[in-house]
Structures are given as structure tokens and as C-alpha cells.
Write a protein that binds this ligand. Structure first.
Ligand SMILES: Cc1cc2nc3c(=O)[nH]c(=O)nc-3n(C[C@H](O)[C@H](O)[C@H](O)COP(=O)(O)OP(=O)(O)OC[C@H]3O[C@@H](n4cnc5c(N)ncnc54)[C@H](O)[C@@H]3O)c2cc1C
Length: 474
């Protein structure tokens, strides 16, 4: 929303059409950016200097094994399509993001994490195999055993090595359509982190919500939500709770049709309004935490942000001028508490307080361009206006320095700020070098590009500023 561009969009329906699109772009001397449903916050699937290949129409579930829980999917199948298909059989996607609208290919290209990252890793850890259409048009199958380098580079490779055309995912067996959810009140950030650390061994999902407004002793106050799967026999009627209809989010909120709620949120979308909303949420959460654990459906727990369709419109409806950016940093465990208090303090000092702040626990994974650390992430949603834009970017640059100095990293699905020097400093040099070498090998002409690629890696690979191909084929 804070960034956008007009491009010609191609929508292939088969592997042959993907290869034909690659050929057509090459013949025109243009680059292509891959796109799922465009749910990345920044410029990851924007290509202002070429065409966009939108794979969302290749969205068939090719096979589903209700005994093993393995799904074979076209790239444009969404997380929502997947869970609705498999839940009645007692399965749930192993990893989901806070919204159900991303495609599996977009999710794999970013290697998304869920509220269970500390326990099960990112989606890549649950991918058994994929087919990738390389810029040459060749289709390569990769898994841990076969073409392992490509497997570990393309997952999390932000669509720069080829287009996923088939994805094989392992899903997770569940015994109920509900989970047991426990809320805890955290008086400050240290308490929140301690609560999450203590629950980590038992809880299946953990997430912290932080009220970013108060400082002093209340800095980092908020709520933790922990969710636990039910064991066999805990749910007296699983055949009912596993039905898709049981999971559906309510059609209205406090009597307002869901589709219109963003208009009400917009009234509060200023510092005073959001200070009030955050304080009210904290107080309501304290009451919730005083109660016993309660049951909540998987969809309601996982896709909280889908409760309010188009909630981002509350930040403004002029793409490229107004909107929000998310600054999500990943910081090693030992440094995270102090770093996050500093990010919050600096934001208050700069009068650029994030309206939403979410804390998660993470673990390492084996993917080359991984954003994960054995530590934490804090996602800060900042409002962007024409007036605050320059100051906000300067503020995020300053926060970036704090994060990188502490050994932290950034996540391409959420980033709109970092540049080549930051990337050089926050990715392990050997991973960056072998990723860029592989990019050069499979895509010597730089056919696959996005605004994100040019912003962060353009200077590292000599991408032409115009975004046209590096070299026309003979
Ligand atoms: C409200 C909200 C909540 C979110 N919560 C989370 C969260 O909890 N955890 C998390 O990790 N992320 C989260 N995200 C981010 C989101 O999950 C990722 O950005 C995801 O990649 C979006 O998928 P998409 O299909 O929309 O892909 P797009 O945003 O369209 O593209 C993402 C990347 O995938 C590439 N790509 C697309 N299709 C293909 C293909 N066929 N082959 C190769 N590359 C391809 C694109 O080039 C781009 O680099 C959230 C986003 C929103 C809007």
C-alpha cells in the first residue's frame, strides 16, 4: 500500500504458458517479476520496470492424501483454499501466516513463518519437493535429496531463481477444529519474553501483542496468547468442529458488516486514536487473562487480521502515497530485549509510534536466504503519510542500524527500507555469495527482477537501472 506501480500483468495457466511468458519477455528485452496474491507488505512482487507474472490462476489442488497428509499443489493455491480442503479430514497446514490469502508459491518464495516458528520452523521445513520453471524454460524438480542447493536457495529466494509450478507440502494432523487458548497479561517486555520462554516447551502457538505507546516501567506492556492443540478425545464432537462452516470468521463485528469496519478504524487512525485503541485492547486483554483458557477455532486464532477485510485501507486509500509499512526485525535471543526496548523508545522519541506491534519467538532454519535467528522478531506497523514519509524512512534507517549492530536480520516479505549495504551486513557472507552465484548461473540475463531485487541486490549484481535484461540473447 505504501508502494505500488503499474505494469503489464501476464496470467499463465500452465507450465508451458509460464515458459512462453519468459520467452516473450526475453524477446522484448524486458524483465519479469513473479507475483502470487500480492500480500507482501513491501515491493517484493512489484516490478515497475518490466512485466509481472501473476501465478494466482494456477490454483488447482493436484492431489491430497488424507492418510499421510501430503498435498500436491499448483503455485496459486491459497492458504485458505488449502485449509478448507484438508481440515474436514483432520489436517491443518503446518505453517500459516497471519492472513489466509497468500499463495503457497508466494509463501514458499518468502519462506513464511507462523506463530509456531519456534517449534516447527518455517513453511520450507514442511515442503517435500517442488518443480521450478527456470528462466531458460527448463523445469527442475528439487527436494532435500535431489538438487538440494536449488531447494535451499529457491525457498526464501523471493522469486529470483524461477517460478514454482508444483509444490508438495506436508500438513499437520489435528484432532479437533478448535484449540485451547490462554491469554496472559504482560506488564512489560521483560515479563512478556519470560512468559513466552516458559511456555515454549508446551504451547503449540505463541504470540505477543505489544502496546507501543507507554514508556518507562510500562514499556513493552501487552498480552501473550498461547494456543494448545486438543488431544484425541478432548473434543466430544470433532466431526462438527472440523467442518469449514464452524471455522468461518463472523460476518459482522459489534453489529457492523465486516467489510465496512476499516472505515470505523480509519476514524481512530491517528496517534491519539491509536493510543486509545491500544490502551483499550490492553485493558480488555487483562480481563481476558483473568479468565480460564477458552476454545477457539483454528481459523479464528490463526487469521486474526482477516477479521477486518481490507484493514489496510484504514491507513489510507491512495496507493503509493498513504498506507503502512511494517518494520519487522529478527534479533538473536541475548540481545532482543534491549534492542526492542530501544526501538520502541526511539519511536516514541521520534513521535513515530507504531500502531501495531507483534512479538514472536523464532528458531534457525537451513535455507540460504533465511531471515530467521535463534531469537525473536518484533513487527512494527507504521502509518505512512505524504508528510511523514521522509522522516519515517530516516527513522527506519536508524532502527536498522540498531538491529544490524545486534546481529539482527530482516525479512523480504515485510521490508521496504534496507539497501545493499544492510543486506551485506545482515546475511552471512557465504550464503549471500552462493545465492548470487546461483542466480547468475540460472538467470544470467537477470530475466527475473522485482523492485525489491533491484533495491537490495541491484548494485551487487550489476542489474541495469532500467530493469531491462542484462544481456539480450543471441
Ligand atoms: C495481514 C498480513 C499478515 C501476514 N502475516 C505473516 C506472518 O505471520 N508470517 C509471515 O511469514 N508472513 C506474513 N505475511 C506476509 C505474507 O505471508 C508473505 O508476504 C507471502 O509471501 C505473501 O504471499 P503472496 O502469494 O501474496 O505472494 P506475493 O506477495 O505476491 O509475492 C511474494 C514473493 O513470492 C514470489 N513469488 C510469487 N509467486 C511465485 C512463484 N510461483 N514462484 C516463485 N516465486 C514466486 C514473488 O516474486 C515475491 O518475491 C503477512 C502479510 C499480510 C498482508
Amino acid at each position: 500500500m505504501a508502494v505500488g506501480a503499474h505494469s503489464r500483468v501476464l496470467r499463465p495457466r500452465s507450465v508451458e504458458e509460464i515458459a512462453a511468458c519468459f520467452r516473450a519477455a526475453r524477446e522484448q528485452g524486458l524483465c519479469l517479476g513473479l507475483r502470487g496474491t500480492g500480500n507482501s507488505y513491501g515491493d517484493a512482487s512489484v516490478n515497475r520496470q518490466g512485466w509481472v507474472l501473476d501465478l494466482s490462476r494456477m490454483n488447482r489442488i493436484l492431489s491430497w492424501d488424507r492418510v499421510t497428509g501430503v498435498a500436491v499443489l499448483e503455485p496459486g493455491v491459497t492458504v485458505q483454499q488449502l485449509w478448507k480442503h484438508i481440515l474436514p479430514d483432520g489436517w491443518w497446514p503446518a505453517v500459516v501466516s497471519g492472513t489466509a490469502f497468500p499463495t503457497v508459491a508466494g509463501a514458499l518464495a518468502m519462506n513464511i513463518h507462523g506463530k509456531n516458528n519456534y517449534k516447527v520452523g518455517p513453511i520450507g521445513d514442511h515442503c517435500l519437493e517442488f518443480d521450478l520453471v527456470l528462466p531458460s524454460g527448463e523445469v527442475v524438480t528439487a527436494s532435500r535429496e535431489r538438487n538440494g542447493d536449488l531447494f535451499h536457495a529457491a525457498i526464501g529466494g523471493f522469486g529470483m531463481l524461477g517460478a514454482f509450478s508444483r509444490v508438495v507440502l506436508r500438513t499437520k494432523h489435528v484432532h479437533s477444529g478448535e484449540m485451547r487458548v490462554q491469554a496472559l497479561r504482560s506488564r512489560d517486555l521483560a515479563e512478556m519474553m519470560r512468559q513466552i520462554e516458559e511456555l515454549k516447551a508446551r504451547a503449540d502457538y505463541l504470540v505477543g501483542w505489544v502496546d507501543a505507546f507507554p514508556g518507562g516501567e510500562r514499556a513493552g506492556r501487552g498480552l501473550v496468547h498461547a494456543a494448545f492443540h486438543l488431544k484425541p478425545g478432548d473434543d466430544p464432537a470433532p466431526e462438527r468442529t472440523l467442518q469449514v462452516g464452524y471455522q468461518e470468521l463472523p460476518g459482522s463485528i459489534l453489529g457492523f458488516p465486516k467489510s465496512e469496519v476499516w472505515r470505523i478504524l480509519r476514524l481512530f487512525n491517528n496517534d491519539a486514536g491509536m493510543r486509545f485503541v491500544n490502551a483499550a485492547k490492553y485493558l480488555a486483554g487483562c480481563a481476558e487473562a483473568a479468565q480460564n483458557p477458552y476454545l477457539q477455532s483454528h481459523a479464528a486464532f490463526a487469521f486474526l487480521l482477516d477479521y477486518v477485510p481490507n484493514y489496510k485501507f484504514a491507513f489510507g486509500t491512495e496507493p503509493g502515497r498513504r498506507g503502512l509499512i511494517q518494520f519487522q526485525s529478527f534479533v538473536p535471543h541475548a540481545a532482543a530485549h534491549d534492542v526492542y526496548l530501544e526501538l520502541l523508545q526511539r519511536s516514541r522519541d521520534a513521535r513515530l509510534v507504531p500502531y501495531l506491534a507483534v512479538l514472536k519467538r523464532h528458531r534457525l532454519d537451513p535455507f540460504w536466504m533465511t531471515h530467521a535467528v535463534d531469537g525473536w522478531s518484533l513487527a512494527l506497523d507504521f502509518k505512512v503519510t505524504p508528510d511523514n514519509r521522509a522522516a519515517l524512512w530516516a527513522h527506519c534507517d536508524a532502527l536498522t542500524e540498531v538491529v544490524i549492530a545486534a546481529g539482527g536480520r530482516f525479512y523480504f516479505a515485510k521490508d521496504l527500507v534496507i539497501g545493499p549495504d544492510d543486506a551485506r551486513r545482515c546475511f552471512p557472507p557465504e550464503n549471500l555469495a552462493r545465492f548470487l552465484a546461483l542466480k547468475k548461473r540460472v538467470d544470467p540475463e537477470l530475466l527475473l527482477q522485482t523492485d525489491l531485487f533491484r533495491r537490495i541486490f541491484g548494485a551487487l549484481v550489476d542489474a541495469p537501472a532500467t530493469g531491462t535484461l542484462a544481456a539480450r540473447p543471441a
